[in-house]
Design a protein around this ligand. Structure first.
Ligand SMILES: C[C@H](O)[C@H](O)[C@H]1CNC2=NC(N)=NC(=O)C2=N1
Length: 96
């Protein structure tokens, strides 16, 4: 199991991903971001690409899709908080 990020590492992660739209969840145990696309097929295609990556990582997003919008929350249930796996998946999502 990966370790929960300490306060300094969490702050560094938010400084890195904040400009890309990621914020800490209200409970502080995850990060969230809203992705917007031009069309539903673009949103769905992105979800499929990210889903394949997530499955390979064995680390899965909590997400909802409405038309061209995907709301994502990343947290590590196993560890009970935010870990480097969440950071890794968030970077992949924001890089696509
Ligand atoms: C048994 C399996 O390794 C776990 O259930 C994995 C699967 N995917 C997961 N995804 C996420 N986001 N957090 C987890 O803690 C997690 N755990």
């Amino acid at each position: 199991m990966t370790e929960i990020l300490n306060d300094a590492d969490r702050d560094a992660l938010l400084a890195e991903l904040g400009p890309k739209g990621w914020t800490l969840t209200d409970d502080g145990k995850g990060i969230q971001c809203q992705f917007k696309f031009g069309t539903f097929p673009e949103a769905l295609g992105w979800m499929v690409r990210m889903g394949i990556i997530a499955e390979k990582m064995n680390h899965h997003p909590e997400w909802t899709n409405v038309y061209n919008r995907v709301d994502v929350t990343l947290t590590s249930h196993d560890a009970g908080g935010l870990t480097t796996l969440d950071a890794k998946l968030a970077r992949k999502m924001s890089a696509d």
